[in-house]
Ligand binder design. Structure first.
Ligand code: ADP
Length: 246
């Protein structure tokens, strides 16, 4: 198992947002998380890379890294956790005063202290991969939302993560721009990236995921293959949610 989560829980003050979450994900697998707004999807995703710290629970990776959040967690543990994943945000979060190429080069050079020429070549290759070969020197404001999000994906990939996390990557986009971002994500899935995706794109989730997980009110209501969860849900809450959005 690449990653296993056991008994994860998180509260913000009195608000218990994640309750007893168990998840397992294999290397090369795509897991999609669906559920109504406020159900805890984003918070869960942020726990995977230490942007939020759970109050309880265990995160274990196949390389032996083991975090028990009831015990003491060091800065080093969090850094190590953070290094494992690349995050793609709903709102792209690009540096506005840097070009597409510079946005991608920033992390590998500043954080990873890698060789500049090597990083530049890699950044060019990644921009080509996401279909933006001719936009290397464009600033975010000169790019469409879909193009900015593709830069966001390339930027996450440049850090060579083991796990890619996507937080509603298409929900800020105009409908006609969604497809180009989903196409890039589909290609990553075909290249066997391990991915966890929070999304409202049910059809897309169904096509690319090995597993779909439905959350409501901080609980995992059900998880399984897309066929199982999306086509023949067992739980009333899942059925109601799917009826509402499909
Ligand atoms: P979803 O992604 O499913 O919409 P979220 O994980 O964003 O759900 O939010 C789940 C709950 O946690 C909501 O009630 C939200 O208000 C609360 N929440 C999220 N982040 C914070 C925070 N930083 N501080 C306080 N409450 C938060």
């Amino acid at each position: 198992m690449f990653l296993s989560i056991k008994g994860l829980a998180k509260s913000f003050g009195e608000n218990s947002v994640l309750k007893n979450i168990d998840i397992e994900i294999s290397r090369g697998e795509v897991l999609s998380i669906i559920g109504p707004s406020g159900s805890g999807k984003t918070t869960l995703l942020r726990c995977f890379n230490g942007l939020e710290l759970p109050d309880k629970g265990i995160i274990r990776f196949e390389d032996g890294q083991h975090l028990d959040f009831e015990g003491k967690i060091s800065k080093q543990d969090i850094l190590q956790l953070r290094k494992k994943s690349g995050m793609v945000f709903q709102s792209y979060n690009l540096f506005p005063h840097k070009t597409a190429l510079e946005n991608i080069m920033e992390g590998p050079i500043i954080v990873q202290k890698r060789n500049k020429t090597e990083v530049r070549n890699e950044a060019e290759r990644l921009l080509e991969k996401v279909g933006l070969k001719d936009k290397l020197h464009f600033y975010p404001h000169q790019l469409s939302g879909g193009q900015q999000q593709r830069v966001g994906i390339a930027r996450a990939l440049a850090m060579k993560p083991e796990l890619m996390l996507f937080d509603e990557p298409t929900s800020a986009l105009d409908p006609e721009l969604i497809g180009e971002v989903l196409t890039v994500m589909k290609e990553l899935a075909q290249e066997n990236w391990t991915m966890i995706i929070v999304t409202h794109e049910i059809q897309f989730a169904s096509e690319i995921s090995a597993k779909v997980l439905f959350m409501d009110a901080g609980y995992i209501v059900e998880q399984g293959t897309p066929q199982r969860v999306l086509k023949s849900p067992k739980e009333q809450r899942t059925k109601q949610f799917l009826e509402r959005i499909l």
